[in-house]
Every structure is written in structure tokens, then in C-alpha cells.
Design a protein. Structure first.
Ligand SMILES: Cc1cc2nc3c(=O)[nH]c(=O)nc-3n(C[C@H](O)[C@H](O)[C@H](O)COP(=O)(O)OP(=O)(O)OC[C@H]3O[C@@H](n4cnc5c(N)ncnc54)[C@H](O)[C@@H]3O)c2cc1C
Length: 383
């Protein structure tokens, strides 16, 4: 039997950063995962994720994203590989859009650098994109794309180098109440710790069915990578920013041709319910057609672009899209950290810092992250 100060269960971006923070503070940490850090089933297992500050009125996430970027940069300082591409982030919307206005206010408050572009400036600055006539945009020059699965692995490995023990095993639902002495894996290993953090992303719903079965909604999300024309330099990370397109009600977003894998396109609408263990990860013909149609309209030069890769991942939504970071109501020494809701990756380092602060009692909990704020009916307010 192993004994630790903290056992972190789930090595996605949240769990890996929580483990890294705590081991950096001298705690004895175990980081346990059923399939390994940044695995293909995990929400953090995708190739790339957007980092942006624009969150409309959700200024708590603007502040967190600013802090997270500082921490990502600190973590990556001296790293020989480029795991964050500062492509800039372009958030386009119909002129006068309330979300753009609120985002600008929040970014001013958080000290985040941004520019405002009208439709003429948009056209001149990004001629490879064709937005509708009456569009406006915010451009965040220091934002960009994070190489998600590789970063998740890099953070877990950094935690290991600092002394965390990385364990492979599927932890069973704990039973009892009060102080939890240990958890058990399905293979029969006991892991003993003073404190437990369950950062199991979309699996939280199944792990705690009574508590979270109706409060975490895993949804199927499809992602497409389209090949760019031979020799074309307009779609790489030096020329094209990551973008969010609020001029289209399906909320498309995309990432440039990073590592020559093609231009990534997806829609930010929630798909049907999805099982992260057994769900089939093959995209549908209708979705390919929808992505292709969007791409051809917004990026005329990619009209005939072939689909070169695709992925099915899942969001782990809470009712509002706010994170769920709280103590388990039945155990004194168990914390839950999840509910990334399709926007959590960028915040990994800030979540790690927040959870470490909560555990050692340095910070008061944020009411928006509380279990009590999570409803059983979805009503998304965070985008
Ligand atoms: C298609 C898509 C696009 C997205 N785009 C963005 C974006 O552009 N920007 C952004 O910031 N965010 C984005 N997100 C959201 C972001 O990826 C997630 O919010 C984040 O990765 C969630 O991380 P996590 O650590 O909570 O969960 P996960 O990464 O799912 O990690 C949970 C881990 O727990 C492990 N586990 C589960 N159950 C057990 C158990 N019983 N025992 C042991 N281990 C267990 C799993 O194996 C897994 O590794 C996107 C998500 C998707 C799906």
C-alpha cells in the first residue's frame, strides 16, 4: 500500500497541473490515471486547444486566462519544442455584439492587451478570411494555440521529475462518509492519502452518479482538419490566428495549420450525450459536409480542401459552463475538480494553483465553482 499527502485521480490538464503545483510545494503526491496522461479518450487528449481572454461578461475566466498564460509561459520557459503558438486570437462577431463589448471591458480590467477591428480592418488584416460585411472583431495578439495532449503529458512528466508518483489504475467510486482513508483501483491496489482530488473530467458523472450523474453532461464533439493547398503560406500559425466566429449561430472556431496537420475547424454547439470509455470516435458524413461548407464560405481558398484528419472528443459540461471545483459534500478530505465545459484547457495552470491554494487553506472558494451552483438542467452562460 502506498501512502501520500495527496492523491490526484485523473491526469488530464486539471489533474496534472494540480499534482505539479502540490509536488512543487513539497507534498508527497500520487497522480493516478486509468489510461495515462493526455490519453485519446480524455478531453485533454486533443491535438490543440485555444487560449483566449475574451469571455464576454465571464470576467473571472478572463482573469484566469491571463494568469494561466503567465504560468504556461513560465512552465515552457527553456522548453526546446514549441508547445504554445502565440498566433493571436481573433474573435469576430456582428458589429455591436454585446459579447465583444463585455469582453473588451473585462480585458481592460484584467490588463490583457487587445485590439478592436472594424470590418474594413478585418478584411485588410486577414484577407484569407471572408467574414460577413457588418462584422467586427477583437484581436488578442498574445493568445494562441496550446498543443494539448503533449502539454498534458509534459506537465505530468514534470510532476514526476519533482517527485510525484505516476500510477496507472482505474479508481473505484469511494464509499462511506467523513474522512476517506484510501481509494481502491479496479485491479485491487489501495492508495492511501490525507487528501484526494478527483479530476476525472467527463468520467466524474459516472464515478459519482448520485452526486454528479445529472450535473456533468458529457457531449460528443467532432473536430475536422482540412489540408491546405500545396505551397500556400496563408494558413500557418505565422499568418493565421486562432479564431472564434460569432457571426455564425453554430459558433464555429478554428486553429491554423499547426505542425502541418491541416486547418482545424469545429462547432462549439453541444453534441449528443457521450460515453468517454466506449463511445465510437468516428465522425459522421453530415458533420463533415457542414464543416466543409463553412470552411469554403469563410476561407474561399480552402473551397476544395480535403479532410486530412478528424477526431471525436467530449465536453464535460456543467449546467452553466462554470467549472466545478468544490469539496465532496460527504467526505471531509475529498475534492472534485472538473466541469471544463469545452473551455477548460487553457485554464489548467490557474486551476492547479487555485486547487492547491484551497487544499492548503490559502484561498476562499469562488461561489461560481461551487457544487451548489450547479443545476440539473443545462442553461449555458459561459462561452
Ligand atoms: C473538442 C474539444 C475542443 C475543446 N476546445 C478547447 C479550447 O479551444 N480551449 C480550451 O481552453 N478548452 C477546450 N476544450 C476543453 C478542455 O479540453 C477540457 O475542459 C479539459 O481538457 C478538461 O480537462 P480535465 O483534466 O478536467 O479532464 P480530462 O482531460 O478528460 O482528464 C480526466 C482524466 O481522468 C482519468 N480518469 C477518469 N476516471 C478515472 C478513474 N476512475 N480512475 C483514474 N483515472 C480516471 C481519464 O483517463 C482522464 O485522463 C475542448 C474540449 C473538447 C472536447
Amino acid at each position: 500500500m502506498n501512502r501520500f499527502d495527496i492523491a490526484v485521480i485523473g491526469a488530464g490538464v486539471f489533474g496534472s497541473w494540480i499534482a505539479y503545483r502540490l509536488v512543487s510545494e513539497g507534498k508527497r503526491v500520487a497522480l493516478v490515471d486509468a489510461y495515462g496522461a493526455g490519453n485519446s479518450r480524455a478531453s485533454s487528449g486533443g491535438e490543440t486547444r485555444i487560449l483566449r481572454f475574451s469571455y464576454g461578461a465571464g470576467e473571472i475566466y478572463t482573469r484566469m486566462a491571463v494568469r494561466a498564460l503567465e504560468l504556461w509561459r513560465e512552465f515552457l520557459h527553456g522548453c526546446p519544442e514549441t508547445l504554445f503558438h502565440a498566433t493571436g486570437a481573433l474573435i469576430a462577431a456582428p458589429a455591436g455584439d454585446a459579447m465583444l463589448h463585455a469582453s473588451r471591458e473585462a480585458m481592460l480590467g484584467a490588463g490583457a492587451h487587445f485590439e478592436t477591428l472594424d470590418s474594413e480592418q478585418l478584411r485588410r488584416r486577414f484577407p484569407q478570411i471572408s467574414f460577413p460585411e457588418d462584422s467586427a472583431a477583437v484581436f488578442e495578439p498574445s493568445s494562441g494555440a496550446l498543443l494539448a495532449r503533449r502539454l498534458t503529458n509534459a506537465v505530468a512528466s514534470a510532476a514526476r521529475r519533482k517527485g510525484a508518483e505516476i500510477l496507472r489504475g482505474r479508481v473505484e467510486t469511494p464509499s462511506g462518509a467523513g474522512r476517506l482513508p484510501c481509494v481502491l483501483t479496479t485491479a485491487g491496489s489501495l492508495i492511501e492519502a490525507e487528501t484526494f482530488v478527483f479530476s476525472c473530467g467527463p468520467w466524474l458523472a459516472g464515478l459519482f452518479p448520485q452526486l454528479l450523474g445529472e450535473r456533468i453532461f458529457p457531449t460528443r464533439q467532432e473536430i475536422f482538419f482540412f489540408g491546405i493547398p500545396a505551397g500556400d503560406t496563408r494558413f500557418g500559425p505565422d499568418a493565421l490566428p486562432v479564431w472564434l466566429d460569432r457571426t455564425d449561430p453554430r459558433l464555429p472556431y478554428g486553429i491554423p495549420d499547426i505542425e502541418n496537420r491541416g486547418v482545424k475547424v469545429a462547432f462549439d454547439l453541444h453534441g449528443p450525450p457521450f460515453d468517454p470509455d466506449s463511445g465510437e470516435r468516428i465522425v459522421s458524413a453530415e458533420s463533415i459536409a457542414a464543416a466543409r461548407e463553412y470552411l469554403a464560405r469563410r476561407f474561399p481558398a480552402l473551397n476544395d480542401a480535403p479532410l486530412v484528419e478528424s477526431r471525436v472528443c467530449q465536453y464535460e459540461n456543467t449546467s452553466s459552463g462554470d467549472f466545478l471545483i468544490d469539496r465532496h459534500p460527504e467526505f471531509d478530505n475529498v475534492w472534485i475538480a472538473g466541469g471544463g465545459s469545452g473551455h477548460g484547457f487553457k485554464h489548467g495552470p490557474a486551476v492547479g494553483e487555485y486547487v492547491a491554494d484551497l487544499i492548503v487553506g490559502r484561498r476562499t472558494p469562488e461561489p461560481r465553482f461551487a457544487l451548489a451552483a450547479k443545476q440539473t438542467k443545462q442553461d449555458r452562460t459561459v462561452y
